[in-house]
Ligand binder design. Structure first.
Ligand code: PRX
Length: 654
């Protein structure tokens, strides 16, 4: 297993326990009985969930189809539309209820009701149809956190056009790769986005990206920042012009349960991002059910998932789950520290937020900023806190519960992945006894195991590889256009089991403690990045000969990107070149991929067969005792690199 894993021993010492408070337990949506009910007959359990939670045009008579593993399907003979489930069916009972309290980063606020959202979605769906976009066509969405990002996703769903949302922080190259891989023909973007007081030039990035994507015939542009933008006649159209004359009603395209709802790209352990494909019926069932249980959603809750809609957390727990459940949510455009470090707490107070869901990296940042910021505001409306994206260390968990949650809110640490579609391992608030740092156990209807290298279940108290042992409704169906890679990546290691790629330990009670990735994937601020993608970006620089990238632990971001680079021929390396290389990666991939440190070295540690020994570089980065170096072809290089890395670390902390 990866040596990036947090220290197992320190987790074993964590013995604080938080049983559910009686008053919370008394009113909780989830009940202990759910586990037994689901275990008795998982297929019947999920079929009951989908019947109760969704509105089907043709209710399914089939549950899971296992005839062609690992290509499982769920509810395949049912038909429905996701936008109808998120909007139309709520109009009669809660049309005037706020779906989103939207807050712009500059001081701007708009409340959008279910009726408003429905109208906006219908107009855009009609606009898309008017531009020739229809069922099965792929539409890319590249926007900041404006209401239109939600509108765009649902408008695509309404006409049966799978969307692929590209995180607004990605560079033109990354946009192009995704657009081309996905065979996108229409895009929805904006002139720009506000983030941390700065303007992100979305349209300019799209223009560059689309130079290499001639199949995109339509680019719809939301006006947000009002900066000058380039314009390609016929291809480009302003969003407000397109929707102005469209009717406020739009007949939804009813689709089969297995019709693709979206494709979302995520990093794997090779350079090429994977297009995770989710379909409609099973996915909606999974996100609606888990959103209800894990967040204990009630009619009067104000729910805030502070992720970006460009990641899966935003897809499942800002858009599809909460809207399917008719929730009232907060949608915030900007950065947590703009204009001041209390922005989030201001928002919690303003809307009396009751449920907050965010990533450990945010929590650790707030810890660093200090308690004075949350203390400025009344946070007493909060009743439940959630965490997602990476292991949460017990200190951050306790700080979150005490400082943000007033010492009373349950904290649900939710483990899942882009691939799983919905939360898989998590406490149920009001039912589970919480342990800081543990994601508790698999949710009802989900079955997991921790196995050794041969796929044998390891005894409680031991660590191994996390696997999922039965199909679940919201599971990915394949990697877009690459069934072989789907089978190879997830299903080829152990017969009949999905390999999650995470290390995990179960304690004596059977609770799961996640230990980080086991492959060449890093988790920086809860975002997945592959080492190879960054290495390729570095090697793409004309002065770079070779590069190796590893993740090293970082107090705030979980992992930080540490790069080791050898330069070509007689190129002389200096601080300016290091800065240039860091920027080069940001330009190629996006700011999130900018290496925190770059060490220039004459050589990289390699085995005799020429394979770079990343394990050693990880040890060096973490300032650990070096592992076995006897298989190295070039032993001397190690002490040289270690010296350089030490210098880089002290510069970093200074
Ligand atoms: O390593 C696990 C980590 O994030 C990975 C999935 O990343 P992504 O697909 O980008 O989705 C992030 C949001 C769902 C996992 O393989 N991870 C996610 N949640 C947790 C976690 N690690 C530990 N604890 C969690 N709660």
């Amino acid at each position: 297993m990866s040596s990036d894993s947090p220290n197992i021993t320190s987790l074993e010492l964590e013995d604080r326990r938080f049983p559910p408070p009686d008053d919370f337990a008394a009113q909780a949506n989830a009940r202990e009985e759910l586990y037994a009910e689901a275990a008795a007959d998982p297929e019947a359990f999920w079929t009951r969930q989908t019947t109760e939670l969704l509105t089907w045009e043709t209710p399914p008579t089939q549950g899971v189809d296992r005839s062609n593993p690992p290509f499982f399907t769920w509810f395949a003979d049912g038909t429905l539309n996701a936008s109808v489930n998120c909007l139309d069916r709520h109009l009669e009972t809660r049309g005037d209820r706020v779906a989103f309290h939207w807050e712009g980063e500059p001081d701007e606020r708009v409340d959008i009701t279910y009726r408003d959202l429905h109208e906006r979605v219908c107009r855009l769906a009609n606009g898309l149809r008017a531009r020739g976009v229809g069922k099965g066509d792929r539409v890319a969405i590249y926007l900041g956190m404006v209401p239109e990002i939600v509108v765009a996703m649902l408008a695509c769903a309404r006409i049966g056009a799978p969307h692929t949302v590209i995180f607004g922080g990605f560079s033109p190259d990354s946009v192009r790769d995704r657009v081309v891989d996905c065979g996108v023909t229409a895009m929805i973007t904006g002139d720009g986005a506000w983030r941390g007081g700065k303007l992100v030039a979305l349209k300019a990035n799209v223009d560059t990206a689309l130079e290499g994507a001639p199949d995109v015939h339509t680019c719809i542009v939301v006006r947000r920042t009002e900066n000058e933008v380039g314009w390609v006649e016929d291809r480009d159209v302003w969003y407000h012009d397109l929707v102005a004359d469209q009717p406020a009603e739009c007949a939804p395209e009813m689709v089969g349960a297995e019709h693709p709802l979206y494709i979302l790209y995520t990093s794997g352990s090779t350079g090429k991002p994977k297009g995770i494909l989710h379909t409609t019926g099973g996915y909606l069932t999974g996100v609606a059910a888990t959103h209800r249980w894990v967040f204990d959603l009630k009619d009067d809750d104000v729910y805030w998932c502070a992720a970006d809609a460009g990641w899966v957390t935003g897809h499942s727990y800002i858009v599809y789950g909460p809207l399917a459940n008719g929730a009232t949510s907060v949608l915030y455009e900007g950065a947590p520290g703009t204009p001041d470090k209390d922005r989030w707490w201001q928002i919690v107070e303003r809307y009396a937020v009751t449920i907050l869901y965010c990533a450990p990296t945010a929590i650790r940042t707030f810890m660093k900023w200090g308690v004075e910021y949350p203390k400025r505001h009344d946070l007493s409306s909060l009743r439940l806190l959630g965490s997602v994206g990476e292991p949460i260390n017990p200190e951050a968990w306790i700080w979150y519960r005490d400082t943000i949650g007033g010492g009373t809110c349950p904290v649900v640490d939710t483990w899942w992945q882009t691939e799983t579609g919905n939360i898989m391992i998590s406490p149920l608030p009001g039912v589970s006894t919480l342990k800081p740092g543990s994601a508790s156990r698999p949710l009802p209807g989900i079955t997991a195991d921790v196995v050794d290298g041969e796929g044998r279940s390891v005894p409680l108290g031991q660590g191994g590889y996390l696997v999922l042992t039965e199909p679940w409704p919201a599971m990915l169906r394949t990697l877009y256009g690459d069934d072989d890679r789907f089978v190879e990546t997830y299903w080829s290691q152990y017969e009949g089991m999905y390999l999650a790629g995470d290390g995990c330990r179960r304690d004596k009670d059977g609770d799961y403690w996640l230990l980080g990735r086991i492959d060449d994937v890093m988790n920086v601020s809860g975002h997945r990045l592959s080492t190879i993608e960054i290495e390729s970006a570095l090697v793409d620089h004309p002065k770079v000969a070779e590069a190796a990238v590893v993740g090293r632990s970082d107090e705030t971001t979980g992992q930080a990107i540490a790069a080791f680079v050898t330069l070509k021929g007689d190129v002389v390396g200096d601080e300016a070149l290091i800065a240039e290389l860091r920027q080069h990666v940001a330009t190629k991939i996006g700011g999130i991929a900018r290496p925190k440190s770059i060490v220039l070295t004459d050589d990289l540690p390699k085995t005799r067969s020429g394979k770079i020994m990343r394990r050693l570089l990880r040890d060096i980065s973490e300032n650990r005792q070096l592992g076995d170096v006897t298989t190295l072809a070039n032993e001397d290089v190690v002490s040289d690199i270690a010296g350089q890395a030490e210098k880089a670390r002290s510069a970093d902390s200074g």
